[in-house]
Write a protein that binds this ligand. Structure first.
Ligand code: F6R
Length: 280
């Protein structure tokens, strides 16, 4: 697809530069804080709009280092600017398998510590894949997770990070575009990247439950954040490469409302055209 200057969706966002490439709106921000504030503001705006209409807002959430600043900003908005999450329903992308929810590395614990313990979300509205289900029942469990998303009207905004393999959620290379929530094997690169958290690679689970690529693509909006020079090579392949199962993030080219929010280092390998700089 050719490169076109983008139409700016809002003129109050602090974006430094924006383009559309291969169907992906790329926003390069001055730093990770700016990018995260932008994502948090978009989420907060939708939560408030839905609340005013008496409707729920369904968020797809990610873990890892990347979204932490977004959660910090949502907590600030809750504390200082009256943002309520009473009408919010959340579905997390993934969880290690097997894992206990109180384990230091579990995504249940991560989400509680990074967001849920600090806002007024109803606990019954929180969904995180359960790393304790038996291997015999995991397939049925995944099917139910998928159905629950549909029953609640689908995901309004899905937050994503990106792994060095190009994974989104834990959809590693080889994942199909139509894949749904399922048990997957983690790649060695992903396990190496998690080794520090687990005190060595031998302790990193070999499997995970993840929403599928198809599940992610059914979200109405997708916002992928990537920060740091170590993400630049995979961001380059995800944005500029051809759609391929070897880099699952390239499947996002087919989505109608997807944006990558990057800092300068993560965007440093993108060969994007010189275009106007947007006013802050
Ligand atoms: C986490 C997830 C993963 C991470 C990715 C990047 O729920 O689904 O795809 O987003 O591995 O991780 P960080 O942000 O730690 O670099």
């Amino acid at each position: 697809m050719s490169i076109q200057p983008t139409e700016v969706r809002s003129n109050v966002r602090p974006s430094v530069r924006q383009w559309i490439r291969n169907g992906i709106e790329v926003g390069v921000f001055s730093d990770a804080d700016d990018a995260s504030r932008s994502a948090a503001n978009e989420i907060a705006t939708l939560i408030r709009q839905r609340a005013a209409e008496g409707q729920r807002c369904v968020l797809g959430l990610a873990t890892g280092s990347t979204p932490v600043r977004v959660y910090r900003e949502l907590i600030r908005l809750h504390r200082e600017e009256d943002l309520s999450m009473q009408n919010v329903v959340t579905f997390n992308l993934d969880e290690y398998f097997p894992i206990q929810p109180n384990a230091a590395q579990s995504y249940v614990r991560f989400m509680n510590e990074q967001l849920f313990d600090h806002v007024d979300i109803r606990r019954e509205n929180v969904h995180i894949p359960d790393g304790t289900v038996s291997i015999e029942s995991v397939s049925e469990y995944c099917h139910q997770y998928e159905s629950r998303i549909e029953q609640l009207g689908g995901i309004d905004i899905q937050l994503l990070g990106i792994g060095r393999t190009g994974h989104i959620g834990f959809n590693e290379p080889g994942s199909e575009q139509s894949s749904t929530t399922r048990l997957v094997r983690l790649s060695e690169i992903t396990r190496v990247d998690a080794a520090n958290d687990f005190g060595g690679i031998d302790n990193v689970p070999r499997m995970a439950i993840t929403m599928g690529v198809g599940t992610i693509l059914r979200s109405r909006r997708i916002r992928l954040l990537a920060f740091g020079e170590h993400k630049s090579a995979i961001v380059d392949r995800a944005v500029q490469g051809a759609i391929s199962h070897t880099v699952p993030a390239t499947y996002l080219h087919d989505h109608r409302n997807v944006e990558f929010l990057l800092d300068e280092p993560a965007a440093s390998m993108l060969t994007l055209p010189e275009t106007e700089t947007l006013a802050r």
